[in-house]
Design a protein around this ligand. Structure first.
Ligand code: NAP
Ligand code: SF4
Length: 679
């Protein structure tokens, strides 16, 4: 890439001088734990994963978190030359693509969040996210942790990394020294802020002394930790300044502890919501600053840089979603970017469940050695029926591989269930996925036939060699007395705006769609996902005055529709338990703030003019509602499949038509992509 100003993204594509070295552009792939370090053949897979992103034009990448010792709790450790030798596969692959692309290793000591009985902390204070109480470090223990960080940095250098990022945020070890809640020590490591910041500063100072001048040292700071009683702004500034003096090359801003009650990366967070905080910190420092969080497209990155809010923009999940994001921006192919929608469903949710991570919109992520879209040696004439996520994924992958693909849908636009999802406040990013697929259909020359309901006979006579049935789902209609009463309506009609919803509403079924529909009908005004001020007001963040943690003493204020909503399920488990691990709590909190009453253990009895008759623990009662919205799951729509069964044509069944129960876009796109890669 050139050092001449780029016509559209002049800031993003300006190199950054770090003194002893240069970053070729301002795009960083931030740290993302993949879980691959711990699986067989994991380093080979990591090498492929990082080298694809290097080929995609990124300036610098940070690995997932690696512990300096066993207490660090990440499963993967860097403390010996043997560990360094494993990591050489990664660094050589990246530098083999381009020696100017930097790759740094993140040192992550989970502290009180480590899942090991050996966990340690400044004080024996349990995180609310962990069942374990950390072992309080004594003086020798503190010195050991510092030494282990230094050894880890030294081994990372031996492994060929260009630097390390030391994480000092999120509720991990270093950050727990910084706040009074978790640091109750009375020795030189606790008490005043000067004492509390001594531990991370000592680590930085000693790492710099050990690795020498020509090695990148990044400190990840909780610039707004979102904790009641968290770090004050002057403490953040002081820590960053002291880090600079201690030898940090770059300060990377982070905006949370995992236990905070403010969403910071979910799709309901506005794009670049926190970059203004980085901008303020940047003015206090003379070393470069990285900003992050919900920066998912090049124009957002460019604006942040042009506004002086950061020197480098971190895009971690966006580069999981599209390894070529930077290259596509450089070449003016932004409409081909597969945009991260901030769902967390295949990345962070998997990570926190101990599963290998991937990406909902890009199943190749972290599976680069396993899922490849190679040119077919025997191109076929294929019909895909249904242009929802499964049909779109199949059609575009098969066409990319050289098959001749025709995609049919009876609707007037592509998207299937995504067209419903995108209308839910907080899910605006789904528009991007549809834009991406629309473009991919063109790029790979898929013959798109909308407004066309094709039947088996026509498919046979058209001479298709393979038919892919992606006809989706039919909303389930529960067997219940009065289900045909005018009060009972389907979620599809509610989202499409085909029916009037009354003031008192029962939502029958509390899966993802029950939650979405409740959000939609309780919503008032501008979506928080598209407006930073609304987001700040709804979640109780004060960006202007920056009280401790950004949230201390700020009362969330939510405007809600003038309605009473009951969200119901038959199971006796807590409502919303089945939602994503990292985002479910945000949906539950959002509805609770809007006054939605969530009720479990419900037995439905009937619907009549009075409302919805239910029983709880055998006690009958009537919810006197005007509307009952049925969100009771789905069944596969397989009419076409049955029609085709005896025709002799090869058929694949994908998405909801294959399996409706617990089906989501992640499963649909994944299944369709793997099948299309093999056809
Ligand atoms: P779902 O998750 O299967 O939930 C269906 C709900 O209906 C359940 O709460 C179930 O709970 C209830 N139900 C099932 N059969 C019923 C019956 N015969 N009578 C009354 N209630 C019944 O389905 P969904 O909400 O339609 O979502 C479909 C898929 O899209 C899911 O996989 C979901 O994860 C995904 N999705 C995800 C998100 C997201 O944000 N991640 C958002 C929307 C949709 P009880 O049986 O306990 O009553
Ligand atoms: Fe983004 Fe969702 Fe993919 Fe994660 S799974 S990278 S949040 S699109």
């Amino acid at each position: 890439m050139t050092t001449q100003p780029h016509s559209k993204y002049p800031h993003l594509f300006t190199p950054l001088d770090l003194g002893f070295t240069q970053l070729k552009n301002r795009a960083l792939m931030g740290s993302m734990h993949t879980g691959l370090e711990e699986v067989e053949g994991g380093f080979e897979r990591l090498a492929a994963y990082f080298s694809e992103r290097a080929q995609g034009g990124v300036g610098m990448m940070i690995t997932g978190g690696i512990s300096p010792n066993e207490e660090g709790g990440m499963g993967s450790e860097m403390s010996t030359p043997e560990h360094a030798a494993d990591h050489r596969q990664i660094t050589e692959a990246v530098h083999g693509v381009d020696p100017d692309i930097k790759i740094c290793m993140q040192i992550l000591h989970a502290g009180p969040l480590a899942e090991t009985p050996k966990l340690v902390g400044p004080s024996a204070v349990r995180s609310r996210l962990s069942p374990l109480v950390p072992n309080e470090l004594d003086e020798a223990g503190v010195q050991k942790q510092i030494n282990d960080h230094v050894q880890c940095a030294k081994m990372a250098k031996l492994a060929g990394y260009d630097g390390v990022e030391i994480i000092g945020s999120a509720g991990y070890l270093l950050s727990t020294f910084l706040v009074e809640k978790t640091n109750q020590r009375e020795d030189q490591w606790g008490g005043t802020f000067e004492n509390r910041m001594r531990f991370p500063l000592e680590i930085m100072r000693r790492c710099r002394a050990e690795v020498g001048e020509n090695f990148i040292l990044i400190f990840r700071i909780a610039a707004m930790d979102m904790l009641q009683g968290g770090m004050a702004w002057d403490e953040v500034v002081l820590l960053a300044k002291e880090m600079e003096k201690a030898g940090a090359t770059i300060i990377s801003t982070h905006f949370t502890w995992h236990e905070s009650a403010v969403p910071t990366i979910a799709t309901m967070v506005p794009r670049a919501a926190f970059s203004g905080v980085t901008g303020r910190l940047r003015k206090e420092l003379s070393i470069p600053c990285i900003t992050s969080n919900r920066i998912n497209m090049p124009d957002v990155a460019e604006t942040v840089l042009a506004d002086g809010e950061a020197d480098i923009v971190s895009m971690a999940r966006p580069m999981l979603a599209d390894a070529e994001l930077v290259k596509k921006a450089f070449e003016g192919r932004e409409d081909e970017i597969n945009t991260c929608i901030g769902c967390n469903q295949a990345c962070l949710d998997h990570g926190f469940e101990g599963k290998e991570i991937s990406c909902l919109v890009n199943p190749r992520a972290c599976h680069e050695t396993m899922l490849n879209y190679e040119l077919s040696q025997e191109p076929k004439k294929i019909a895909v029926v249904g242009a929802g996520p499964a049909g779109l994924a199949y059609a575009t992958v098969a066409a990319e591989r050289g098959h001749s693909v025709t995609l049919y849908d009876s609707a007037s636009e592509i998207g299937g269930q995504f067209n419903l999802a995108k209308q839910v406040p907080g899910k605006e990013e789904f528009y991007e996925t549809l834009r991406y697929y629309r473009r991919m259909l063109d790029v790979h020359h898929v013959d798109l036939r909308l407004n066309t309901r094709i039947n088996a006979e026509d498919l046979v006579s058209a001479g298709y060699e393979h038919v892919v049935v992606a006809t989706g789902i039919t909303p389930r209609v529960p067997e219940l007395e009065g289900i045909d009463h005018p009060k009972a309506v389907s979620y599809v009609d509610v989202i499409r705006g085909n029916v009037e919803v009354g003031k008192r509403v029962a939502v029958m079924g509390a899966g993802g769609i029950g939650f979405d529909v409740s959000e939609l009908i309780m919503h008032k005004g501008v979506s928080a996902a598209t407006d930073k001020q609304v987001f700040a007001r709804e979640w109780g963040v004060d960006f202007v005055n920056h009280p401790r943690g950004g949230v201390t003493g700020v009362v969330p204020q939510v405007e809600a529709a003038d309605r009473q909503v009951f969200l119901l399920q038959r199971k006796s488990t807590p409502v919303g338990r089945g939602l994503g691990k990292t985002t479910g709590w945000t949906h539950r909190m959002s509805l609770a703030k809007r006054g939605v009453q969530m009720m479990n253990g419900i037995e439905y009895r009937k619907i009549d003019d009075k409302g919805l008759h239910i029983s709880i623990e055998g006690q009958p009662q009537v919810l006197e509602v005007d509307t009952v919205i049925i969100c009771a799951g789905q069944t596969p729509a397989r009419g076409l499949y049955d029609e085709l069964a005896n025709t002799g044509i090869a058929i694949s069944l994908v998405g909801g038509a294959y399996k409706a129960a617990e089906l989501d876009a992640k499963a649909a796109i994944n299944q369709a992509s793997y099948l299309a890669a093999a056809v």
